[in-house]
Design a protein around this ligand. Sequence first.
Ligand code: AHR
Length: 491
Amino acid sequence: MKATIRINKENEISRIDNRIYSSFIEHLGRAVYGGIYEPGHPTADDMGFRQDVMEIIKELNVPMVRYPGGNFVSGYNWEDGTGDKSRRPRKMELAWGSIETNEVGIDEFQEWAKRAGSEVMMAVNLGTRGADDARNLVEYCNSSTDTFYAQMRRRNGFEKPFGIKVWCLGNEMDGDWQIGTKRPMEYARIACESAKLMKMVDPTIELVACGSSGPQMPTFGEWEETVLREAYNHLDYISLHSYYGNPDNDSQQYFGSAAIMDKFIGDVVDICDKIKEEKKSDKTIMLSFDEWNVWFHSNEQDKKQEPWQVAPPLLEDMYNLEDAIVVGDLMITLLKHADRVKIACLAQLVNVIAPIMTETGGGVWKQTIFYPFMYTSINGRGTALKTEVESETFTAGKSENTPCVDAATVLSEDGKTLSVFAVNRKIGEAAELEIEGLDGFRLVSHISMEGDDLKAGNSMAEPDKVTPVNHEINDKVTLTGGSWNYLKYEK
Ligand code: AHR
């Protein structure tokens, strides 16, 4: 097949907010304990953080990491993870049926984030708690006043405030699995009042309200409208969460995932703008896609886990090549919405539905999804350009007319590099690519995720079974059928 990509350098979508390359670490499974933190490990630093894991995380250049959950946050008492470690309580963690030792809390995590070169995106508990604890936590983290919680932080050894800028008002509060599930107006009220108090403590923070836990939720739409109507003036972002998968083993249909994400984003943008119009507000609510990834491989094995273990191996999806292609494609979609999606978090970062896996007491290795995330995070910074793509279409499940080829283009800050991220979703059918509007830019590198076996994946034993393919540069650019591609152009 033939496909055409048309770029117009004068036609910008938006400057890209680098925070779309953020990630997420929850107190879940081995993300924290045995993941980023393992005091006895040969590479552990003075605070018990694994340096081998930290080095690989740095390769992804993750600007912000959401913490501490996730479902976990809805039953979490943040004070449990502060101060003298020997006095921290061991608790039943109800969201995942595990034991939380509280060895790591915000005291440690903010330091870990600094060492990893990231900022913390902090979630507050609006499940079992509310506005009072939320504003106390903001004071603990961000205040320099001579008052109780700021003093508590100082007593715990932190003279300087942590300066956490972005805060999530709870997590997935519409989900019946959530500790303290809320009806739309119940959540709208608690989010509004918490937001008000949190911004009274620190007016410089930015707040993310929970949107629906996904477009499949029965109250999707109604939920967003209710929350925005009630709390509009206090909010900066609304969250989107979505996970994709191939449980029916239909890879061609699975390659339609990005079109579903695209529609979800478009629908949420429409809702935000409808309420903006209603309110006659000058403020535009931006989108925080703060949980996205592929998640389905580990569902069955997780059901077999015994409850009440410390750091059990939960949500340890082993990703394959087709998952990497989908992840790359989802990132293309985020770039196409760079004007409204200002934050996005790959859920998650280590061991739990993650690009990076560890062996507790052992080594660390990269999953297939590591590579498209890394290439996009490193090269997808600057300005997103409108990119027109003409290609054949296919039917992905219920979605007819899904384009076989899709692409996003980014012009670097210095104007010297043009990065084209492109996917060919049609399995078994190569696309000969024509790119218009290159305006003197020449192809210098073509890297792809592709291969004969879409089910091949990496492991500790075979860490490099699936890695990016480096193509020779010639006059023709061909996108292999079923591939994700990074094309780098320079002047
Ligand atoms: O990322 C795993 C879980 O997925 C999170 O805890 C929750 O918010 C979502 O349902």
